[in-house]
Design a protein around this ligand. Sequence first.
Ligand code: TPP
Ligand code: MG
Length: 396
Amino acid sequence: MEEPQAWVPTDPRARASHDQVVAGLKGTDEGGAELVQLLSPEGERGGDPRFDAYAADVGVEELKGLYRDMVLVRRADREGNALQRQGQLGIWVPLLGQEAAQIGSGRAMRPQDMAFPSYREHGVAWCRGVDPTELLGIFRGTDHGGWDSVERRFHPYTIVIGNQCLNAAGYAMGQRFESKVGDPESGEATICYFGDGATSQGDVHEGFVWAAAYDAPLVFFCQNNQWAISVPLERQTRVPLYQRARGYGFPGVRVDGNDVLACLAVTRWALEECRTGNGPVLIEAFTYRMDSHTTSDDASRYRLADEVELWKLKDPIERVRVHLVRSLGVEPGFFSRVDAEADELAVRLREFCRSMPTPGPERMFSEVYAQASPQVDAQRDEYLAYHASFSDGEQR
Ligand SMILES: Cc1ncc(C[n+]2csc(CCOP(=O)(O)OP(=O)(O)O)c2C)c(N)n1
Ligand SMILES: [Mg+2]
């Protein structure tokens, strides 16, 4: 009698290969000897001779502020996920696990600095004063992000992988050409966010080359969350990503991306370098995406649960909470108040999302250009006439 055959998926992407599993595990190492860390996963404060000065002013109140930022941003993120599951959003891109990288670097910016995000930077948006409700339209498919990118100094989200590195390089070159670089107080700098997978894109390479050739005041902030959807870090590079900067002629630093204090200090240093004319700089924030790539992805198909469990022990929020309680004697009342604030934010987000108006068919034409365009106006009129031609008047 024949042995029953094991079920083999016809689509090879349906199951992680042996190589992928091994590569995924290798991607979870500790970050190496050069990792900059000021707060250990156990909540113990360490030191770093190069970067200590950049966190010296962070006392208990400032640390409480960073903790609050991370808790609120995580809550907004979890609500985004839930709203997608409830059918209120088309998709959500979770930041779970990357709160420290985003809040630390986001709070390092000065008002005059400019930021170019990818699509996962909800924490950086928060630091730039973009309310989480303003992100919802992107994921509900009703707008491309409602904020004024010039006023907030925060560019629209970029979905095309790595493309924002070119936009940021051009912007930072402009800052240099317009002599906005040099003064340690009023000088300007730009920060550009991208992922580990993006480093394999030509746009990122070109951004590195142009920024270096023109001494642009640009901090390249790579959140290495170990995965580019189902592709592990080992498929992107043979050397740690921060070491790539050397080949372009500028410094690269690897920071513990789950350590908000270290991310704040290293990014302050990098922005100062850029502001005073010593840019560009590459920061690799060594972190982990604890959720799936998006709500359309199922990470359990390509990575082991053990890996996620390992990274939960390095949770960026928990280590700050432990430090605040054990070393700085912060009372439980503070944590309850932050939790209550997170609950209020969640209610506000849900109510806002459910009451968002559905735009009419003219909406997709109304903000293509800043000024009226006869071509777009003609396309709009034709489209509206087509809609009006349905006898039941329904928009299709
Ligand atoms: C130019 C381009 N190619 C492919 C995609 C599809 N895509 C979306 S996200 C992604 C992976 C990006 O990984 P990474 O840069 O590590 O960022 P992460 O999502 O992990 O933050 C890919 C390939 C895209 N959006 N743009
Ligand atoms: Mg990634």
